[in-house]
Design a protein around this ligand. Structure first.
Ligand SMILES: Cc1cc2nc3c(=O)[nH]c(=O)nc-3n(C[C@H](O)[C@H](O)[C@H](O)COP(=O)(O)O)c2cc1C
Length: 208
């Protein structure tokens, strides 16, 4: 699977097969996640891999406001932010803004890596942070911001249509149309757009 497909063919997976995921694959997901961008390169994130423990999974299911994905996923990774680390360097902005943005950046890489590995994933925010802290013994200055569920998809997820990007992008000035990029000339037809992107990437590689 190429990078382009990993992004455009990805869909959130909410139901998983009852099939174990090799810990080596979980290792790859965590390893790549650790390369995510982070404010000041603090890497103010920590992970709890919930796996092979029915009781822990069931408690997480209750604390995640009964998410079906958490219930059926063989692996649930709790993504935490180290708010102390962030507030020491960035004060209130670190604690409230970067904690959320850093973990969102990490979660994006995790979900995409899972897709590249032939797995499925779901980024879940609907959780009771206090309950999760209590269940997993998470200290006060570590905040469980979300959960990434991982497993083999039990069904093919539908790729949800996106709003056209041309309706969401402006050129130099808000509401001024941006119509120079390839995409805006070809429209959202991937069979037209993808070869152009790949040619462009090849050309840029050769230039190096
Ligand atoms: C910040 C954020 C919070 C989300 N929270 C939840 C959630 O609590 N439960 C859930 O099932 N999906 C959650 N999702 C997944 C979105 O529902 C999903 O990405 C969106 O519907 C688009 O579908 P797709 O990922 O299949 O393209 C969340 C995604 C993001 C980025």
């Amino acid at each position: 699977m190429d990078f382009f497909d990993a992004i455009t063919k990805r869909a959130t997976v909410k139901r998983y097969e009852k099939k174990d995921v090799d810990d080596k694959l979980i290792g790859v997901i965590l390893y790549t996640a650790n390369y995510a961008e982070s404010a000041g390169n603090l890497q103010a994130w920590e992970f709890i891999v919930v796996k092979d423990d029915e009781d822990a999974r069931s408690q997480l299911y209750n604390a995640s406001l009964k998410s079906d994905a958490v219930k059926s996923a063989p692996v649930n990774i709790i993504v935490c932010a180290d708010t102390k680390k962030l507030s020491l360097k960035y004060q209130e902005r670190g604690e409230n803004v970067y904690a959320v943005q850093d973990t969102a950046s990490v979660a994006t890489i995790m979900v995409l890596t899972a897709q590249m590995l032939g797995l499925g994933a779901n980024w879940i925010r609907a959780l009771d942070e206090d309950k999760v802290k209590q269940i997993f013994g998470i200290p006060a200055d570590i905040r469980p911001v979300g959960i990434v569920t991982v497993g083999y998809p039990a069904e093919k997820s539908e790729i949800i249509r996106r709003q056209p990007i041309e309706n969401l992008t402006w050129y130099n000035f808000y509401r001024k149309k941006y119509n120079k990029a390839y995409y805006f000339q070809t429209g959202p037809k991937e069979e037209v757009f993808k070869p152009i992107v790949n040619q462009l990437i090849d050309k840029l590689k050769k230039k190096k």
